[in-house]
Unconditional design. Structure first.
Length: 70
């Protein structure tokens, strides 16, 4: 029962590429922000770039899925 919930949660995270990209963006944003002594700016840039990258990855996955159906 618990394994099924963990498996479905993992699958939903992998399907939602925007959230995954934003999550990694926060991590890298904190690191970059600490390096440039402006953590707030680093987090904001990390979220923006991560969400953009995740959106691109999600669109590529959906367009490749449509091509396979045709």
């Amino acid at each position: 029962m618990l394994l099924d919930k963990e498996k479905s949660m993992k699958e939903s995270i992998e399907e939602n590429k925007i959230a995954l990209g934003a999550t990694f963006g926060v991590v890298f944003g904190i690191i970059i922000g600490a390096a440039i002594d402006n953590v707030g700016l680093g987090i904001a840039l990390g979220i923006a770039l991560g969400a953009a990258l995740g959106s691109t990855m999600q669109k590529e996955d959906s367009s490749s899925g449509e091509k396979e159906k045709n």
